[in-house]
Design a protein around this ligand. Structure first.
Ligand code: NAD
Length: 250
């Protein structure tokens, strides 16, 4: 493992390793969006230093928990609507457009990779997308504005015509991971010779197993993150510093 502490030097290393690679897979976490203005969870100003997460079982069993969940979803919707994809989101979208990268696997729920131009067939949102909602029973899509209008009109959290609970289209703590998305991620990794993990504390499972799978499959592993992660020892290069700076040469 070689750690590059100086971000501009890291930018040169990343540009060189990407240029040499045949197929890159990009894996992102909350850290890629902090420079757009969306706080991460576990960094020094992370959300979990301020509020407690709502678990899936609580959402399903308690109207009070659902109300609180929706309140947070509407606040997040407004926060995301007010920000733009940053230099790193855009650089990654260019890697996809040029064919250099085959997929973006993200833990993020903010939709910023899509807004930067990554098409749906190249974007694997492991934890879902908080910019819309779905029915937990029949999977029908519901827009957040519609859900908000129902709560305002009825005083109750929304239910689908089929009777199912409607919930933001994200994977909550305690909720099963979508097996289709994990399978797509593993397929993308099998075709790649370079895996770049960006802005993730690499502590959330099973997403954090993906860099290990990439290494096992023979890919080079680069970690771009401000803080150390449990997988630094496995990486070929660890690039420290601001993600925007490290992605500035791509
Ligand atoms: P995390 O919060 O656990 O870790 C983020 C990492 O990024 C930290 O180690 C932090 O030091 C680093 N970081 C933050 N800003 C950086 C910057 N500008 N430059 C370099 N490094 C920076 O994030 P995670 O590993 O993605 O796990 C968090 C979970 O929370 C995920 O499941 C994700 O779904 C969710 N989440 C999503 C968003 C979002 O969609 N934007 C925001 C918060 C949390």
């Amino acid at each position: 493992m070689k750690t590059v502490e100086e971000p501009l030097e890291g930018a040169a290393v990343l540009a060189e390793r990407v240029a040499r690679a045949e197929t890159v897979v990009i894996f992102t976490g909350a850290g890629i969006s902090t420079e757009s203005g969306i706080p991460d969870f576990r960094g020094p100003n992370g959300l979990w230093t301020k509020i407690k997460p709502i678990y899936y079982d609580e959402f399903v069993s308690s109207e009070t928990a659902r109300r609180e969940d929706w309140k947070r979803r509407f606040a997040f919707r407004d926060q995301v609507a007010a920000v733009e994809p940053n230099v790193a989101h855009r650089a990654i979208a260019r890697l996809i457009a040029s064919g250099k990268a085959n997929a973006v696997i993200t833990q993020n729920i903010d939709g910023l990779h899509g807004r930067a131009g990554v098409p749906a067939d190249r974007l694997i949102e492991l934890h879902g997308n908080a910019t819309y909602a779905t029915c937990l029973s029949c999977d029908a899509r519901v827009e957040l504005d519609e859900a908000e209008a129902i709560i305002a009109a009825t005083g109750r959290t929304p239910r689908c015509a089929c009777g199912g609970l409607i919930k933001a289209a994200v994977i909550s703590f305690g909720q099963a991971m979508p097996s289709r998305e994990m399978q797509r991620a593993e397929e993308a990794i099998q075709q790649a010779d370079l895996f770049v993990a960006v802005g993730s504390s690499l502590t959330v499972q099973p997403a954090a197993t993906l860099p290990m799978i990439a290494k096992y499959e023979g890919a080079e592993l680069i970690i771009v993150n401000a803080e150390s992660t449990p997988l630094d020892g496995l990486a070929d290069r660890v690039l420290r510093g601001s993600i925007g700076t490290v992605f500035s040469r791509l």
